[in-house]
Write a protein of this length. Sequence first.
Length: 258
Amino acid sequence: MIKYLRDTSYFTSPENIEVIFFDKGGTLSKPVTGGKDWGLPNYKKIMDIVGAVGDVADFGAQLVLNDKAYKKWAMKSWIELSEEERCTRFLLPDFPKDVVKANAEELTLLFSRSKGLRELRSEALPVIKALSERGYKIGIISNTVSRVLVPVELEEAGINPYIESLVMSSITGVRKPDPAMFNEAALSMGISAEKSVYIGDQPNRDVEGPRRAGFGLNVILKTSNYPEGKELPDLQVPDITVDNLMELLDLFPQKVCP
C-alpha cells in the first residue's frame, strides 16, 4: 500500500520527477542465507590466502567482529575505506599487510559472500524496465565495500541496460547518508536534485542522505529494516512508503514528451 507520510507541499510531485535512483542491497535485492555453516568454505579460503591457522569457525567469528567494528566506525564517520585499507586496518589487521593488501579485492568478495547470497526481488527487473520505458532515467546509489560486487550482481540480474549512473561508496570514499553521494549522482545525470527521487529501505541513510542533498522526493520500501512504530527524526521521515516495488508503477506515470 502506498502511504504519504508527509504533506505533499513538502516534496516534488512524482509526475515531475525525471530521475529515479535506487538503493541496491535490501531494496532491489534481498539476502538469502545458507545456514550457520554457510560461510565456513569462504573463511577457509581467506585463511589460506593470508596464511592463518586454527579453527575455521573461530577465525570466521573474529572476522565478523572485526567487520562489525568497521561498520560502527564507518556509520559514525560516513567514510568508506578502500578495500585495501579496510582489510589491513579492520578485517585482517593481524596478518602480513603486503599479502592482505595485494589480495584485498578477493578477500573482500570472499567475506561478503560468506554472509550468504543475495537474490534480486522478482519485481525489481520488470519495475525498472517499465520505469525506463516510461521515460525516467534510472540510477543506483549504493553503500558497498567492494568495487566489483554490485556491478557483477546488476549484470547477472539483467538490470545493467537500464542503468545510466552507478554511484558506490567504495569508489566515492564516503557512505550514505553523506549528501555528497547523492549530489554526485544527480550531477552525473545532469539533473537537478529536486527532480530526483531516491528509493531505499533504511530511513537513517536512505531518507536523511537525499533530503540533505535536496532531492525532491524520497520513497521507502518497507522491509524488515523499517522501524515500524518508532518515532523518527524529521530528517529520516520518508515522504512516501510502499510495501512492494510494483507500487512504484502507480506512483510514477508515463512521462509526457515535450
